[in-house]
Design a protein around this ligand. Structure first.
Ligand SMILES: [Zn+2]
Length: 223
């Protein structure tokens, strides 16, 4: 019995969530669809409406330096967090460098190794760190998964078990960037740098870029 057919053209922003109503146990699927500005404008014109702002609102993530640099330029493929901030979201996020630095990051072995790779010995003096933008969107990366430190990665590999009887000891993890003491490892891929960072205020968790900032980011990178 098909009374009304609706065709939605776009990309799912996350996996649909299926639930059942409490009384009749009817299946209900919830999902959101992202459409391009052109499609949104076209649909608006067809419907006789004036062109509206883009329907896609790009998500963003604020990361302190030198970690934002590490994600965009150093191959950092795991973001360590106490909470599963992307929840079901998978896709591009703008990487925003926070105003404040996390100086402890400069002595992290993976940061030191990444800096060495680009020929830097003294991390604090390096242009990668001192000239790295703050308070701006510096690039973008794809969120491809999120797993618990004891869990399974999006590609099926196992992360690792920490060794509880030895504080500070752990077996091999999913990535040299993975922190064994963070509860969640958020998997990142395909990082790209913005040729011109876009200044903007940061926020906690997964947030949405203001439309003018998003427009400047999208002008520079095709996502
Ligand atoms: Zn992991």
């Amino acid at each position: 019995m098909l009374e009304n057919a609706v065709v939605l053209v776009g990309n799912l922003t996350a996996d649909p969530e299926l639930r059942f109503t409490r009384q009749a146990s009817l299946p209900v699927a919830s999902f959101t669809v992202a459409v391009t500005e052109r499609r949104a404008a076209l649909a608006g014109r067809r419907a006789g409406r004036r062109r509206r702002s883009p329907a896609v609102l790009m998500r963003a993530l604020t990361i302190r330096q030198p970690w934002a640099w590490a994600v965009i330029c150093g191959g950092k493929d795991v973001e360590n967090r106490a909470a599963n901030f992307p929840a079901g979201y998978r896709g591009w996020v703008a990487v925003h460098a926070g105003l404040k630095d996390d100086l402890s990051g400069l002595s992290h072995p993976a940061v030191v190794a990444a800096l060495r790779k680009v020929g830097v010995i003294d991390s604090r003096e390096s242009a990668c760190f001192s000239a790295a933008p703050r308070g701006a969107v510096v690039g973008a990366a794809r969120v491809v998964g999120a797993h618990l430190i004891t869990g399974e990665l999006a590609d099926g590999r196992q992360c690792s078990q920490s060794v509880p009887e030895v504080v500070g000891a752990y077996r091999a993890r999913c990535s040299p960037w993975a922190d064994p003491f963070s509860v969640w490892h958020v998997e990142l891929a395909d990082a790209v740098a913005l040729p011109v960072p876009v200044p903007c205020r940061g926020q906690l968790g997964l947030w949405t870029l203001p439309p003018d900032v998003e427009a400047q980011v999208r002008e520079q990178v095709k996502l």
